[in-house]
Design a protein around this ligand. Sequence first.
Ligand code: MN
Length: 294
Amino acid sequence: MKLVRFNDGRIGVTDGQRVVDVTTLAGVDAAAWPPVGMNQVIQNFATLAPAFAQALATQAGMPIADVHLQTPIPWPNKLLAYPVNYHDHATEMATRGLANVQGFFLKANSSLSGASEPIELPALPGREIHHECEIALIIGKIGRQIPVEKALDHLFGYACLLDMTIRGKEERVMRKSYDTFTPVGPWIVTADEVPDPCNIDMKLWVNGELKQQANTRDLIVDIAHMISIASSAATLYPGDIIASGTPAGVGPVHAGDRVSIEVAHIGRMEIPVVQGTRGANIVFEKPYEFVRAS
Ligand code: MN
């Protein structure tokens, strides 16, 4: 099943063409603060799923092109990310800081944005801001110290994810935490629709030119191990998001670009890049010294 969040916090099911509003069916208040409706849907999904399926089968809904697609889970307990998780990306970045050596890092939850929302470049002249093509793993069940062999039981689903990054030597968390630096979408696909987590193709284009492609079989830390390792340190909660890490081919984006990401079995989204006026601060005032880093 594909779940969307749209039009000011409404919850929907989609077949990729139509969206059927199930906000009321889910018992979600779209205007509630904090916006944890999708977290609740994930927690209660086994109970809700039959009614969602019936709604999609019996209601006309509206064309997906007519709705504003928001980030599916705007208020996760946490947004974790694995660094250098493909050997070819390690080579291009000249780093030995692989995911199985470094473990995960965190991005600000407020960096999450949706499929209908542009990436806003901060006003940092001379800095390169790179695309990183990744898969979002969505946690469905609470867990701590999850064994690898049980890790996939805790995986609710997947989405496309862009881990936008200012290159530089400043703290990674800050370089990756600007608003709109983590587009996720266009929807969540439940795990049952992906036949093999160790065989998922993904691709990224900038203005139609293919820049990145990979398959999850080439991950250094695979999906089950990412969940298991993360849970050894931090309790994972329904709605938590893990970014998988990116393959080779990262590069700068500029205002006016369109970044497209497609993940097999999951979907595709195309995000425009716009220049913002905000984002400058003393951290980025000093002359830019390019340092290869994740
Ligand atoms: Mn990344």
